[in-house]
Design a protein around this ligand. Structure first.
Ligand code: NOJ
Length: 652
């Protein structure tokens, strides 16, 4: 009985300390091993088809992009990611690459690409390209050779079964294309049918299926070497890294089925390949940056990539696009957290996010992109203010922020009942429409005929545009700029700074607002987001003594701190947010130091009215000081000031 009670008490203490530690702001952080320029970088994503058309043919091009680099720079971003601009039959908008070494003529020439990289560099921006190597276009010369019946160098560059008539085993059902080409066999696809998977081999080849080659087969190795040369070519041209398409779907396996075959095969061999690429960059291009489209950060950041896009997971939909009318894929249902209706629950997102965050913190960055070319625009029935709240989240969460072109002005998701263009089935069509530069013809995107445009421009009379928003200091464009500037200027908002969710924490609490702290050393910032069209109050513990808060961005509302409990109470208006900095009390700083000094001989003294969390940090700091003191009596004064430093650093 006694033992049981003891056990219960131990368990209760353990649970309490877990709950507290999850909410304790320490200011500690580890900067992941990434190139120096990328440590705190913000990226802008450009879709080359629809950014700026310089020659009036209705399709964007590299010269057009170059003419807009000053604008991109003016946003305050550090780097640009370009969707594929290589030669392609465009069955999947250029992801299907036909010639890895050539810019698609509709975008310009390799010389233009070189100039684009140089011009971006001149402006202090870096550039990453789309490295699409899990498959090629169906008319890539390697595949053209591979589909020949007679054996040749490229026969094994793709995955072919032995005969057209026998289907591969069930785990691959739906992944193979039958009846194409001269060769007697079925080939494996990696997305659409016309995107044949390159052969990175099988992690655990089935001995009964001879066509499954091991990952170290010489032909597989030769293919990998060819792909490394592609990377070298663009890095030598001036690129600063890449975003890897479908990064988790290289080495195949019998252990996953269906769509998983092209999202994540969960096989270590895929990681081993990316590690090889990481080592290549470290040796040959040490400033090279690697971003994955994998959405399994604990795999992708395991000494492979510097960043993983975390958007192909339920939690991303929970935030932005849970309603089927928003995501337009017909399979989702529910309520987004960032929605005026206020029926979402951010804890749904936090559950999977925190799991991955804790597994990867200090190893690399998770990115929650602010839109991209595969999702419906964030500006899908959201007002500018609602979008601003989304961006306040996007630029203050840990990891690398990526902003999709046009979202800075609130470009809207357009109707997607148009015929699909280049594989852009809905909602992709409606998120890839031309950038809206001005109120001129075609909203300044192109001087060509409106009916020749790659996709129509937003027809609404109030379609947002850059020129108009430039003139208004309070436009979404200028507010986005200020959020980006804040991301850079506040140490606590750096990509790597500590992240501590504060509210909601317990089941049963109202899910609005969402409050978290970011911290780096002494700098602590609170981010408070209330996307619903209804006021929200919250009370949550903050283990930092502060005198006042300084509003860095957003709205003013009451924030009070109970000195005794350390609890902070806020009352947020409908559709509001605030990013505030905690300003420490100078008196508390002084008191705190004195107490620790006195504590050297007498044991820890409590700071009157200090909240529990503050006290435990005080004791911790004291313990550190004492340990050092005991180690070396002679340097008492030195260590004393050391302990003062630790104390100030940790608490104040
Ligand atoms: C992900 C890309 O972002 C998407 O646009 C493309 O269709 C698929 N991968 C296939 O490459």
């Amino acid at each position: 009985m006694k033992t049981n009670r003891h056990l219960m008490a131990v368990l209760a203490t353990a649970m309490l300390s877990l709950a507290t530690s999850a909410q304790t702001i320490t200011g500690k952080y580890d900067i992941p091993k990434v190139p120096e320029w990328a440590k705190n970088a913000v990226f802008y994503q450009i879709y080359p088809q629809t950014f700026c058309d310089s020659d009036g043919d209705g399709i964007g091009d590299l010269k057009g992009i170059i003419s807009k680099l000053d604008y991109v720079k003016s946003l305050g971003v550090d780097a640009i990611w370009f969707n594929p601009f290589f030669d392609s039959p465009f069955n999947d908008a250029g992801y299907d690459i036909r010639d890895y070494y050539k810019i698609a003529p509709r975008y310009g020439t390799n010389e233009d690409a070189k100039r684009l990289f140089e011009e971006a560099h001149k402006r202090g921006m870096h550039v990453i390209f789309d490295y699409v190597i899990s498959y090629t276009a169906i008319d890539h010369p390697w595949f053209v050779a591979s589909q020949k019946q007679e054996k040749n160098k490229y026969s094994n560059y793709y995955i072919w079964t032995e005969t057209n008539w026998v289907d591969p085993p069930m785990e691959f059902a739906g992944q193979f294309v039958k009846g194409y080409g001269q060769r007697n066999g079925q080939f494996m696809r990696n997305f659409y049918w016309c995107q044949p998977a390159l052969n990175f081999g099988f992690a655990n080849p089935d001995p009964n299926q001879k066509w499954q080659l091991p990952a170290n087969h010489p032909d597989v190795m030769a293919m990998r070497e060819d792909l490394k040369n592609v990377l070298r070519f663009w890095m030598d041209m001036g690129a600063d890294g890449f975003r890897a398409d479908m990064a988790g779907a290289l080495v195949k396996t019998r252990r996953v089925r269906g769509n998983e075959q092209f999202f994540n095969t969960n096989e270590n061999e895929t990681k081993l390949f990316w590690r090889e690429i990481r080592r290549l960059l470290e040796k040959e291009y040490p400033q090279g940056f690697m971003v994955a489209e994998w959405s399994y950060p604990s795999d992708a950041l395991d000494d492979c990539f510097h960043v993983d896009f975390f958007h192909w997971f339920k939690g991303y939909n929970d935030l932005f696009q849970k309603e089927s009318w928003r995501i337009l894929n017909g399979v989702s249902e529910g309520h987004s957290y960032f929605d005026a209706e206020g029926k979402g629950d951010v804890r749904e997102f936090l559950r999977s996010y925190m799991d991955q965050y804790q597994k990867t913190v200090g190893k690399g960055y998770i990115s929650l992109p602010m839109g991209n070319h595969d999702n419906a625009r964030l500006g899908n029935k959201r007002t500018d203010k609602e979008l601003e709240i989304v961006y306040a989240f996007g630029f203050t969460m840990p990891g690398v922020p990526f902003l999709y072109y046009g979202n800075e002005i609130g470009m809207r998701q357009l109707p997607t009942n148009w015929p699909q263009v280049e594989g852009a089935y809905q909602p992709r069509n409606g998120a890839r429409t031309p950038m809206q530069w001005s109120q001129d013809k075609n909203l300044g995107f192109s001087t060509g005929d409106a009916n020749k445009l790659y996709l129509p421009v937003d027809p609404s009379p109030d379609a947002p545009n850059v020129a108009t928003q430039e003139k208004n200091p309070n436009s979404l464009l200028n507010k986005t700029r200020r959020l980006i500037a804040l991301h850079h200027s506040e140490p606590a908002l750096a990509n790597y700074a500590e992240f501590v969710p504060l509210y909601p924490s317990a089941e049963g609490q109202d899910p609005y607002p969402f409050v978290y702290a970011r911290a780096a050393g002494n700098d602590v910032v609170l981010v408070m987001l209330n996307p619903r069209a209804e006021a929200s109050d919250a009370t949550f513990p903050v283990n930092i003594a502060f005198k006042r808060t300084k509003l860095l961005a957003g709205d003013r509302f009451p924030i009070t701190r109970n000195k005794k409990t350390g609890n902070v109470t806020i009352s947020m208006p409908a559709t509001s947010y605030a990013i505030v900095k905690l300003e420490r009390s100078e008196r508390a700083e002084h008191l705190g130091c004195l107490r620790v000094v006195g504590a050297e001989s007498e044991g820890p003294t409590l700071v009157d009215g200090a909240p529990d969390a503050l006290l435990s940090a005080c004791l911790h700091s004291h313990a550190n000081g004492c340990q050092k003191h005991q180690q070396d009596d002679d340097s008492f004064l030195h260590h004393l000031s050391d302990s003062l430093l630790i104390w100030s650093f940790r608490i104040l």
